[in-house]
Design a protein around this ligand. Structure first.
Ligand code: COA
Length: 261
């Protein structure tokens, strides 16, 4: 599919890079971007050659500076609710992608942009990145899952400080509180994300898929149910040829060759 607000680039080794591409509006998420993100995630999910996603923003300044405020300003209550539900569904789909999803946070990640980064499995930030949820300064709150994902990631107290102050958190502080996994020089950001992705993709594909599922699904279950789900996935993996290959390769002291079955 042709996209006008995204650049979707299938790289070598099963990695696809989605770049939100409205640099003149700091990559703000209008309805078209959200619709195209939805379509791109579905398209890449259906493409077995794609095993991992990197999400980033176009230009020097911003990852994504939020939902598009010019659209929000006109929304009726009914429309605003529908907008939030739509964004939540798209970000949920990203979070449930069958392979790893890394946010390469290359500048401002505010509001919906911060929520987009939160829906990715791993966040790597450039040293100039600034993250935050300034919706309270607009008379709003997060509407794309941020009030739920942020406390799950950094804890209730730190999440509420970010959500209630609306202040931006710099890259180093974001690293300290666990909001991002790594901080690198901005020139090195995409290489760092590609390098980490390649390391992860060297592992058994179904193991990656099930580890993501165990974490995602488990966080919404009781500890007991989540462990039961983990055990089921563990059992299913024991039926795969990749498990036979991985364990044999270890015992035979050779590198494993995984096929994703
Ligand atoms: N929605 C719509 N347009 C946005 C936007 C958003 N969330 N964020 C930035 N833009 C637009 C600006 O309106 C401006 O457009 P213009 O050139 O047509 O006037 C352009 O992007 C550049 O932004 P500008 O504000 O001039 O850049 P800056 O460097 O002075 O400030 C920010 C950068 C990120 C601090 C500032 O743009 C900002 O506060 N953005 C809104 C952040 C926000 O509240 N996000 C949550 C939304 S729910």
């Amino acid at each position: 599919m042709a996209y006008t607000t995204l650049i979707v680039d299938r790289k070598d080794d099963g990695i696809a890079v989605i770049t939100v591409n409205r640099p003149d509006k700091l990559n703000a998420l209008n309805a078209q971007v959200i619709g195209e993100l939805d379509a791109a995630i579905a398209e890449l999910d259906a493409d077995a050659s794609v095993r991992g996603l990197i999400v980033t923003g176009s230009g020097e300044k911003a990852f994504v500076a939020g939902a598009d405020i010019s659209e929000l300003a006109k929304a009726t209550p009914i429309e605003a609710r529908a907008l939030a539900l739509r964004g939540q569904r798209v970000f949920d789909r990203l979070e449930r992608f069958r392979g790893p999803v890394i946010a390469a946070v290359n500048g401002f990640a505010l509001g919906g942009g911060c929520e987009l980064a939160l829906a990715c499995h791993i966040r790597i930030a450039s040293d100039n990145a600034r993250l935050g949820t300034p919706e309270v300064k607009l008379g709003l709150i997060c509407g794309y899952g941020g009030t739920q994902r942020l406390p799950r990631l950094v804890g209730r107290g730190r999440a509420l400080e970010i959500l209630l102050s609306g202040e931006m958190v710099g890259a180093e502080e974001a690293l300290r509180i666990g909001l991002v996994n790594r901080v690198v020089a901005k020139e090195a950001l995409l290489n760092e994300a590609m390098g980490l992705m390649k390391k992860m993709l060297a592992n058994a594909p179904l193991s990656l898929q099930y580890a993501i599922d165990a974490v995602n699904a488990g966080l919404d279950m009781s500890f007991e149910d989540a462990q039961d789900h983990e055990a089921t996935l563990f059992g299913v993996l024991a039926s795969t040829s990749d498990m036979a290959e991985g364990t044999s390769a270890f015992l035979e002291k050779r590198p494993a060759k995984f096929v994703g079955k």
